[in-house]
Design a protein around this ligand. Structure first.
Ligand code: SAH
Length: 264
């Protein structure tokens, strides 16, 4: 079934390495998205305290549950991850070979859930987006989001012939390690960044002008509070944390303005 992205990893040593990269301990709760026949799942279950595995295809769930019957620490959920995700909580690590067609949505949700460590096989092009630095052509909103919270790198290239059936694209394993810090994702701030990235090669000054109109914020306020040098930089060249902090300032200014307006 092509639309479910069913390409199973048939290199068992690679499956073992995915578990290694996860540095799984018995206190860990590991999420696996797209469990397939459970080949990666049982390997995770050997090490983890608990494994939450999600698989959309009922036939595969049946096969996987036979394989996993001796592991009492596996919770196998049948369903579309994008529909059941709100029910899934409490995982601190992610190790998966997920379906590629949902990569972006899956990645956004995973990042916002802020697990400590994420190990995924991804389409090579998508992995490169996640790992490319600010200023690179490949740097998009998802790259910003990933790099705001995680140290991201490709740890292994995976040629297409390690999957069955063989996909048309090459893959890579990425490792994302959570950066210790105080940033807790603010919805408003991230919404703004997303808007800025729709015109990512423009200077921050120009995109913020448009945004300030929407927010009913005078652009003068922004100019007074954000450095000239930053305003002259192109959106996709700005370091993620710096861009995020700048959005915090904009949101604070908006709140202040709104209060001011109420008081007059
Ligand atoms: N982890 C397995 C299977 C990878 S293939 C292995 O490495 O062998 C990707 C798996 O994701 C398939 O089993 C497919 O049925 C499942 N899948 C596809 N879309 C899904 C979705 N939206 N939610 C959960 N699982 C999905």
């Amino acid at each position: 079934m092509k639309k479910l992205g069913q390409h199973f990893l048939v290199d068992y040593q690679l499956l073992d390495r995915l578990v290694e990269y996860g540095q799984i301990l018995d206190k860990d709760v590991v999420l696996e998205v797209g469990a397939g026949t459970g080949e990666l799942t049982w390997r995770l279950a050997e090490r983890a305290g608990r494994v939450i595995a999600v698989e959309i295809d009922e036939k595969l769930v049946e096969e996987a549950s036979r394989k996993l019957s001796k592991y009492s620490n596996v919770e196998l959920i049948t369903g579309d991850i994008l529909k059941v995700k709100h029910k899934i909580r409490g995982f601190n690590k992610v190790v998966s070979n997920p379906p590629y067609q949902i990569s972006t949505k899956l990645m956004h949700w995973l990042i916002m859930s802020l697990p400590e460590r994420i190990v995924l096989t991804l389409q090579k092009d998508f992995a490169l987006k996640i790992t490319s630095p600010p200023g690179s052509k490949k740097y998009v909103y998802t790259s910003f989001l990933a790099n705001l919270f995680y140290k991201c790198r490709i740890i292994e290239d995976v040629p297409r012939n390690l999957f069955k059936p063989m996909p048309k694209v090459d893959s890579a394993v990425i490792l994302m390690e959570r950066i210790d810090g105080e940033v807790i994702p603010g919805e408003e701030e991230l919404k703004l960044v997303k808007i800025l990235f729709t015109q990512k090669t423009k200077k921050l000054r120009n995109t913020l002008k448009t945004v300030s109109e929407r927010l009913q914020l005078s652009f003068r306020e922004i100019e007074e509070n954000i450095s000239e040098e930053l305003l002259n930089e192109r959106v996709y060249r700005i370091e993620p944390l710096r861009l995020y902090k700048c959005m915090e300032t904009v949101i604070q200014l908006t709140a202040k303005m709104a209060n001011g307006n109420l008081n007059t």
